[in-house]
Design a protein around this ligand. Sequence first.
Ligand code: AMP
Length: 112
Amino acid sequence: MLNDNCLFCKIIQGKIPSSKVYEDEYMLVFKDIEPKAKVHLLAVPKTHFALLSDMDGEGAKMLAHIFKKIPEVAAANGCEKGYRLVINQGEDAGQTVHHLHVHILGGQTLDW
Ligand code: AMP
């Protein structure tokens, strides 16, 4: 279920443009608008929830699918030598978009 007030739900619905690199029935992957690494992608489930603690069975199924697909999508987009995944959860982590998303960072050697 998508949420009309959510930025990433609007991107999923095509109401706001994005640079898509992969899409299927469960997920969308697009380029982060303010990249923090040479390659910075966002993988989002096609259902709305902000936090892992809000996730239902449908969300869990989509997230499992996302993790299964990420190696292939990352390798096809300049992360053949490795990448880092980040999921910000809540205020202390600096989460700014309240639709669960996996940051995929790579294309360069990353400092810790
Ligand atoms: P977070 O801080 O973990 O919630 O990450 C949100 C990310 O969404 C940030 O890295 C932003 O640069 C990115 N972002 C915000 N708006 C857009 C947009 N319209 N298209 C692509 N990425 C976006």
